[in-house]
Design a binder for this molecule. Structure first.
Ligand code: ADP
Ligand code: MG
Length: 321
């Protein structure tokens, strides 16, 4: 278990009898009345860890809310309210103007109201808490995957990681390639409508923030099941497809696809009998949905190459500590 989750488990996980769901999922769930539950989640963006110093403030405002909306999507919750805690090194009105414009553009698109927060001086740090509604018992949870379920992912995988690798000089993309990949990194579109549509179809869901293997791994751990996925089935953008070929499926490309963070797509499991129903969602939601494997009675995730061989998967996503 990565140290981050070990820390949370050891120091911050207690029995929470007054919550429907406590620490461990994409959001906590509390009961509001006989009909609704409130899904609540917090995500922080820290300068130097989650974004480079000097990052575009409009895009930062967008992303700070987007990563939180993505957790609502993963719960099948309708996002409603947000709180914003900001630590700022200085008062820079141009920066604040653009940051708030990016934040509110996405908030308005999802009809989310900013209802409070906190502002202090300090190193640049952006923390958003989001709250959303879900009908009682309908939330999508990591713990409810069933043996035999199909495993699906939305959109494409690995573009954000490829863009980061380019910025860090670990690979070189053409300008057009970089711009295409950087969209997922700087301007992720949370899959809120998909999460809502999956409430009555999927057994489990998670958003991919730390890489497919790490995040699918949480579903497997919480559901006490295993998985087998096909490397050839994983949905790739055209940039990644050409890279994947060029680099002959080398370790770097596989790392981007299997372990690259910041994709903010949904990974979910659904009964096989719902396959056509899931496929049908793709057109109205204008998003690709790809069946990548099955939930098994085993443990951990096996990734199989086209030739049937098992792909080694030592590096499993972003490790904070
Ligand atoms: P996600 O990637 O979906 O945002 P995280 O990996 O950040 O989720 O966190 C995993 C779980 O641990 C979540 O349920 C989150 O609320 C909880 N968590 C993280 N940090 C803390 C903390 N300091 N105290 C209590 N719970 C925490
Ligand atoms: Mg999440």
């Amino acid at each position: 278990m990565p140290a981050e989750f070990d820390l949370i488990q050891r120091y911050f996980t207690r029995v929470t009898p007054d919550a429907v769901l406590g620490v461990g999922d994409d959001a906590a769930l509390v009961r509001v009345n006989d009909r609704m539950e409130l899904a609540i989640s917090t995500d922080m963006l820290v300068s130097g860890t989650h974004f480079f110093a000097g990052a575009d403030p409009f895009l930062l405002g967008h992303k700070a809310l987007a990563v939180n909306l993505s957790d609502m999507a993963a719960m099948g919750a309708q996002p409603r309210w947000a709180m914003l805690a900001l630590s700022l090194p200085e008062v820079n009105e141009v920066w604040l103007e653009q940051f708030s414009a990016g934040f509110f553009a996405l908030a308005e698109a999802h009809r989310v109201s900013l209802i409070g927060g906190d502002t202090t001086r300090g190193p640049l740090n952006i923390c958003v808490t989001i709250m959303g509604e879900v009908p009682q018992g309908k939330a999508l949870q990591r713990a409810h995957a069933k043996v035999g379920d199909d495993i699906w992912v939305s959109g494409t995988l690995g573009d954000a990681a490829l863009a980061v690798a380019h910025l860090q000089g670990r690979t070189q993309l053409s300008e057009a390639e970089f711009l295409a990949c950087a969209k997922s990194l700087h301007h992720p579109m949370p899959r809120v409508a998909l999460g809502l549509a999956l409430r009555d179809i999927a057994h489990s869901a998670i958003d991919i923030s730390d890489g497919l293997l790490a995040d699918l791994g949480h579903i497997l751990e919480h559901s006490k099941v295993g998985a087998e996925i096909s490397l050839a089935a994983l949905p790739l953008s055209s940039v990644m497809q050409s890279r994947f070929k060029m680099m002959r499926a080398n370790t770097f490309a596989r790392q981007c696809i299997l372990s690259g963070g910041d994709d903010y797509e949904l990974c979910f499991t659904a009964p096989q009998k719902c396959r056509a129903e899931v496929e049908k969602l793709s057109i109205p939601l204008n998003i690709s949905l790809t069946h990548i494997g099955q939930i098994t009675a085993g443990q951990g995730c096996i990734v199989r190459a086209e030739n049937g061989q098992i792909v080694p998967t030592e590096k499993l996503g972003y490790v904070h500590f």
